[in-house]
Design a protein around this ligand. Structure first.
Ligand code: SAH
Ligand code: SF4
Length: 384
């Protein structure tokens, strides 16, 4: 008895997987699993597809001109090259762009492009929807964790921004997205497997090609994962410090009760290859009357002694109902001056995109926690 492979839409799985966002191994394994490509040719074929997806950013299989028509049709029957839906796109008066992306029904994350950072611009990506940590000055922290993002969903944020900025094909010259920072929603070290896979894709020189030295992962201080981050990703490290003593840091970054400052600094010192050309960035949010005195600036300098560091002073960005005020400009400058004189670069990070709530700590999607059964129902409906 012969069986015919029915490729009609009705017989496809409810949600056709997208190759755009997959790692090299996932693409190869998918080609083999569908029977479209035999094992010995899978590496070569997945390499071709990889370049179309990540170097050229194509969204249809017809453009894959070095692949036979038959295989292209097979690919089209099993896969898409779709990105998640962009539900909202806002452009700030300062050129910052904020993207609201629907990952699955009712689950949204935010991604922000900030021009004029690094050699050209930085894309700030989310690693989770919401956050389990409750830093008191952070808007995202007021949203319960909805879920971790998959590696593909992290990569797709980059693809969506590159689509919007017309950055295809990927090139090294004249590009707008030169840096990627994991400083959007969520705590990346609580989703390290997916963050690490996503970094492998984003940094791959045959695709998007944003090198590991131009990728920064920011953590609120998940001490046991810092060494692993270094070993697996070799990216730049940023630490959300915000206070120089445990009593205050316990209050601002409650994770400090679990991993106090001394343990955090010890883990940072062990981060691989730290040097003057590979420094740790310490983020310090300026909260009026809370952590902004000259004494605290001096304490900060003492604390970081011996660690190749940069200090980013972030003027507090207010959000509806936030319990703090931003320090006065004079106070911030005095603080920066003390830190500068001690030999640390300490740029004051000009708030970007405040008018569209795209600045640090202002991100908070409307996604609400759903029961798993409800989520499955909605996903089934979306796929039908
Ligand atoms: N969860 C990670 C990654 C988010 S990074 C982390 O905390 O490091 C976002 C940065 O913005 C962090 O340094 C965070 O402390 C800072 N931030 C949060 N809320 C802020 C606010 N309202 N104003 C200024 N900076 C804020
Ligand atoms: Fe989470 Fe970072 Fe916000 Fe803290 S600052 S609540 S860790 S996103």
């Amino acid at each position: 008895m012969s069986t015919t492979l029915d490729l009609s839409a009705a017989n496809r799985p409810a949600i056709t997987p997208s190759l755009a966002g997959m790692t090299r191994n996932q693409i190869r394994d998918s080609l083999i699993a569908t029977g479209l490509v035999e094992e010995k040719k899978a590496k070569m074929r997945s390499g071709q597809i990889w370049r179309w997806v990540y170097q050229y950013g194509i969204t249809g299989f017809a453009a894959m001109t070095d692949i036979s028509k038959e295989l292209r049709e097979g690919l089209g029957a099993h896969f898409t090259l779709a990105r998640p839906r962009l539900t909202e796109r806002q452009v700030s008066v300062d050129g910052t762009r904020k993207y609201l992306i629907e990952l699955s029904p009712g689950v949204e994350c935010e991604t922000v492009f900030i021009p004029g950072v690094g050699r050209s611009g930085a894309l700030c990506v989310s690693s989770q929807v919401g956050c389990t940590l409750n830093c008191t000055f952070c808007h995202t922290g007021t949203q319960a964790l909805v879920r971790n993002l998959t590696a593909a969903e992290i990569v797709q944020q980059v693809l969506i921004a590159k689509d919007d900025l017309a950055e295809w094909p990927s090139r090294l010259e004249d590009r707008q997205i030169t840096n990627v920072v994991f400083m959007g929603m969520g705590e990346p070290l609580y989703n390290l497997d997916h963050v690490s896979d996503a970094i492998d894709v984003i940094s791959d020189g045959e695709g998007i090609g944003i090198g590991r030295r131009r990728i920064t992962v920011s953590t609120s201080g998940v001490v046991p994962k810092i060494e692993e981050l270094g070993a697996r990703t070799n990216t730049m490290l940023a630490i959300s410090l915000h206070a120089t003593n445990d009593a205050l840091r316990d209050e601002l970054v409650p994770l400090n009760k679990k991993y106090p400052i001394a343990e955090l600094l010890e883990a940072i010192r062990a981060y691989p290859e730290l040097s003057n050309s590979k420094r740790v960035t310490f983020e310090y949010v300026m909260l009026k009357g809370v952590n902004d005195s000259p004494g605290e600036a001096k304490a900060l300098v003492r604390l970081l002694q011996g660690i190749p560091s940069k200090i980013n002073l972030i003027p507090f960005n207010p959000w509806p109902g936030s319990p703090y005020e931003c320090s006065d400009w004079d106070t911030i400058e005095r603080f920066a001056d003390i830190v500068n004189k001690a030999g640390y670069a300490s740029p004051i990070r000009t708030p970007r995109g405040r008018d569209i709530l795209a600045a640090c700590g202002q991100l908070r999607s409307e996604s609400v926690k759903q029961r798993a059964s409800e989520k499955r129902r909605l996903e089934r409906e979306a796929g039908a």
